[in-house]
Design a protein around this ligand. Structure first.
Ligand SMILES: Cc1ncc(C[n+]2csc(CCOP(=O)(O)OP(=O)(O)O)c2C)c(N)n1
Ligand SMILES: [Mg+2]
Length: 376
């Protein structure tokens, strides 16, 4: 692992702005999968690396199927994580099972690794609240669509965890655009001043829908946004799963030791559309995207596996086929499940329905019954 302190401008706005702030940057592998310095132990452990690689493959297979289902009218609007799989798996593989994840909406790979099932993910993206009631990590938060609102929640979770035995941490994930929100700054301030066991991960994929990173904020890096809150910020190569994992391990260790929160900016790129409702070609030239395809994380880890662990084409084909089959089976199971009645939107939100919503719930059911639906 290589750590550089304040050298160059790895993800800077190229405006020569003054007041540059030094941030560390973590990297393990270059885009061809070659070591850029001493590697962490996991790099020498074939089985663990293959497990990570499998997690990234499964993430990508899920993405592909989800988009196909949306295009054929069998899933709702979907947010792809194409190109961001190293962020997802780097986070997942560093966390303890009893840490608490507060994801945004592209952390499918993190959720899968932590035990959310493929069927539950399909259900969620199909608009079925049962997908958020996952059997696996019961204390993890569901997908968070309101941008940056997971950060105040994470501060609250971290406060609760700090009042317990201090052995657990809250990990919140969001995008570059989320760092422009008040929620982000307020939560960062709290986890800083109360030295809470929290890790805030920013998946900087360079775009917030159609807005470029450089048009979003004048900060030279997003990591340095921690400085004013007294929270150390670090940049990491977000296409390098080993580097993301190392950055998370260090931050989690710090949190568990009672030293407080860390802000991690993972530099990556959104290779796909913002969601299935978007058409990025309307605001982004393919020439810009092309070089980032070479940087993408699966290609990189595969190159390392081939060079250092004799990963073969046959093993690659078998792994891809196994992931595809797992996703197909889950999609088939999802498609055979009867949807919940429309009253489910009330039932999953409240333990006890407030009085003023009782009549609304009844009206929804009556309307559904009128259309041949019902509560059945
Ligand atoms: C509070 C709020 N405002 C606006 C939106 C609409 N919206 C959804 S995603 C998004 C951009 C998010 O960009 P970024 O934080 O970089 O995450 P990315 O989508 O790139 O992963 C916006 C504005 C929203 N979901 N929530
Ligand atoms: Mg973004």
């Amino acid at each position: 692992m290589t750590e550089r302190r304040g050298k160059g401008k790895p993800d800077a706005r190229d405006d020569g702005g003054d007041g540059a702030v030094s941030v560390d940057r973590v990297a393990c592998l270059d885009s061809e999968g070659r070591a850029v310095g001493p590697l962490p132990d996991i790099a020498h452990d074939r089985a663990s690396l293959v497990a990570l690689y499998r997690g990234m493959h499964l993430n990508r297979a899920f993405d592909g199927k989800a988009i196909a289902l949306q295009r054929s009218g069998r899933l709702g609007t979907y947010a792809s994580s194409l190109g961001q799989e190293a962020v997802a798996l780097g986070i997942a593989s560093a966390m303890h099972p009893d840490d608490v994840l507060l994801p945004a909406f592209r952390e499918h790979g993190t959720q899968l690794w932590r035990g959310v099932s493929l069927v539950e993910l399909f259900l969620y993206w199909g608009g079925d609240e049962r997908g958020n009631d996952f059997a696996g990590p019961r204390e993890d938060f569901p997908v968070c669509i309101p941008v940056a609102s997971q950060f105040p929640h994470a501060a609250g979770v971290a406060l609760a965890l700090s009042l317990q035995d201090g052995a657990r941490a809250a990990v919140a994930v969001a995008g570059d655009g989320a760092t422009s929100k008040g929620d982000f700054y307020e939560a960062l301030n709290l986890v800083g001043v109360w030295r809470l066991p929290a890790v805030f991960v920013i998946a900087n994929n360079q775009w917030a829908i159609s807005m470029r990173r450089a048009d979003q904020t004048a900060a030279q890096t997003l990591a340095q946004k921690g400085v004013a809150a007294g929270v150390p910020g670090v940049q990491v190569d977000g296409n390098d799963v080993l580097a993301v994992r190392q950055a998370l391990l260090a931050a989690l260790e710090r949190a568990r030791a009672g030293h407080g929160a860390t802000l991690i900016e993972a530099l990556t790129y959104r290779l796909g559309d913002h969601t299935t409702s978007d058409d990025a070609s309307r605001y982004r030239d393919d020439h810009e995207v092309e070089p980032h395809r070479v940087e993408e994380p699966l290609r990189r880890l595969r190159a390392f596996l081939a060079a250092e662990h004799r990963w073969t084409d046959d093993e690659e084909a078998a792994l891809a086929a196994a992931c595809a089959a797992e996703v197909e089976d889950a999609a088939a199971a999802y498609l055979t499940m009867a949807p919940e009645p429309p009253s489910a939107m009330f039932d999953h939100l409240f333990a006890t329905l407030p009085d003023d919503l009782v009549s609304q719930r009844a009206a929804v059911l009556a309307a559904a019954a009128g259309k041949g639906g019902g509560d059945g």
